[in-house]
Ligand binder design. Sequence first.
Ligand code: PEP
Ligand code: MN
Length: 257
Amino acid sequence: MDCPGRTHRGEHISRTLQVESRDQVLTAARLVAAGGASLFRGGAYKPRSSPYSFQGLGQEGLRLLAEAKAETGLPIVTELMDARDVEPVLEVADVIQVGARNMQNYALLAEIGRTGRPVLLKRGLSATLEELLMAAEYVLKEGNPNVLLCERGIRTFETAYRFTLDLTAVPVLKELSHLPVVVDPSHAAGRRSLVEPLSLAAAAAGADGIIVEVHPQPDEAICDGPQQLYAAEFAEYAEKVERAAALAGKVLSNMPA
Ligand code: PEP
Ligand code: MN
């Protein structure tokens, strides 16, 4: 797997947020870099359930991510929602994210496949693992082998929390495929108190990486605030995840700045 900042065995933590303002992005980027993250994930184009919600800063958001990368050296993960935005996204993204709602957007997957850029492919809200793997094939088929599969919670009958994080998916995907498996406890849980226990479980289950949302001031976040960790507490969280990852025989690998 030729993907920036990761090795086959390593456990990676990337910190994520939606890009809201220059101050928010740079503060978060500095704290995450200091706290041991290996990638910095920020959404400039946001897939929102309501068309009236904040949709992201678009190209201005990409510029802020580029600035964060220049300052910290952290590779950038950002979402591409529309193939028409592929060029500006390619300028800054070391890894292109395909969100859960676009997992079966086959034209988009093929387009990203042709770029050759590593892809973080999130599992659809109601997608089976077979469907996730077939979606990954749309990228691989274009000659792009760099796909990371991401479990981010699925719809079940349970309503006590946002989505059911399917941790069985981690070992099962590893049985079925050679692709790295990343877990997103933040979007699954929907609330901060669940993020750490789910992260520890994911790491112990053998996840190759964790993407977790952080914000310098989650209470002021434009979206997803309730699920975001306080950026200042990331380093402590990362240490705990590192210990859980060790149970699965993994070593946390940090990006060279
Ligand atoms: C995200 O990662 O920013 C996001 C909206 O997640 P998902 O596509 O998994 O809902
Ligand atoms: Mn989010």
